[in-house]
Design a protein around this ligand. Structure first.
Ligand code: ATP
Ligand code: ZN
Length: 285
């Protein structure tokens, strides 16, 4: 029987969420200590723990079938792999930053400058597209200190809140690419492995879908039911149950988290009372 091998980051920003994705799919492992490879006890997958930078190549070579990485890593490596699913976390951007005292006039400012980065390929592409001639100084870590110690005029690096830039006296001047965590896959998975992957994705999507929604129960006067049903969007038909109290009903429905408060306000205006809101663990449409 086939086993789907999943490469995840051994230790770093992606590790915990990657393991979380597997465990919310109801998959468990015998030993929690991270050996190089661990096999699941109740699902045909095994985990391979690697440095994130190595994951695209392992997937491209077929040593791992799928992997979880930041898009930034695949943009930089240009490996022939496919993105199977965007995951919506580990969001960041790759930006150019320069000392905050400098007057930035646009990309041409960078002509003749020296930029330190761990992402030379992505930066080079941006420079080529903008016809900028500038020297790239490749370093592997602590890029943000390069201008302060005179190693470079600017940097090209990962930014999320921007606080690291500020504490190093830098200012973000160009956002070059945006990135989030993704599942990448070998483009030539066997039918059996594809089937395991589909099952895994079905489970994780159900959990994610559940997290994006709330289950809502409310009481309302019977004559307002039509108004309330109109306010609750996208539902084929909410459940309406008669209450013991004459003239009152209970309405059960599912609301999208992102529009939740707007809709609750409208429901109150329609005379809704005793509104209960509950989390949804899994949602299968
Ligand atoms: P490794 O030892 O595995 O090579 P690393 O130091 O290269 O680890 P991490 O710092 O753990 O990598 O970051 C992993 C990924 O998380 C990055 O490639 C990027 O996609 C994302 N990431 C990095 N920094 C941030 C941040 N500040 N906010 C959000 N996401 C980030
Ligand atoms: Zn790395």
């Amino acid at each position: 029987m086939s086993i789907l091998r999943i490469a995840i980051q051994k230790s770093g920003r992606l590790s915990e969420k990657s393991l979380g994705l597997i465990s919310e799919a109801g998959i468990s492992f015998n030993n929690s200590d991270r050996k190089l490879i661990t096999q699941a006890t109740n699902f045909p997958i095994e985990l391979l723990f690697l440095r994130d930078d190595d994951i695209p190549q392992y997937v491209a070579d077929g040593v791992a079938d799928i992997g979880i990485v930041g898009e930034n890593v695949i943009f930089e490596k240009k490996s022939p792999i496919r993105v199977v699913e965007k995951l919506g976390w580990a969001k960041c951007r790759l930006s150019i930053a320069i000392p905050k005292s400098e007057n930035y006039t646009g990309p041409s400012y960078l002509n003749g400058k020296k930029i330190a980065t761990s992402y030379p390929n992505i930066l080079q592409k941006f420079l080529d597209e903008n016809k900028i001639n500038c020297e790239i100084h490749e370093i592997s870590g602590s890029v943000e200190i390069a201008p302060g110690i005179g190693l470079a005029d600017g940097i090209f690096d990962i930014v999320s809140s921007g606080s690291t830039l500020i504490s190093n006296g830098l200012r973000e001047v160009e956002v070059v690419v945006k990135s989030e965590a993704v599942i990448i896959g070998d483009p030539n998975l066997s039918a059996e492995k594809q089937e395991i992957l589909d099952k895994l994705l079905f489970r994780t999507r159900s959990v994610q879908q559940g997290k994006r929604h709330k289950y809502v129960v409310l009481n309302a006067p019977k004559e307002n039911v039509d108004k309330i049903v109109n306010v609750i969007p996208g539902m084929k038909s909410p459940t309406v149950v008669t209450l013991a109290q004459e003239g009152w009903v209970s309405v059960h429905s599912v609301l999208e988290e992102s529009r939740f408060w707007d809709i609750i306000d409208q429901l109150k205006e329609c005379g809704a009372e005793g509104i209960l809101v509950m989390p949804i663990e899994k949602m299968i449409e």
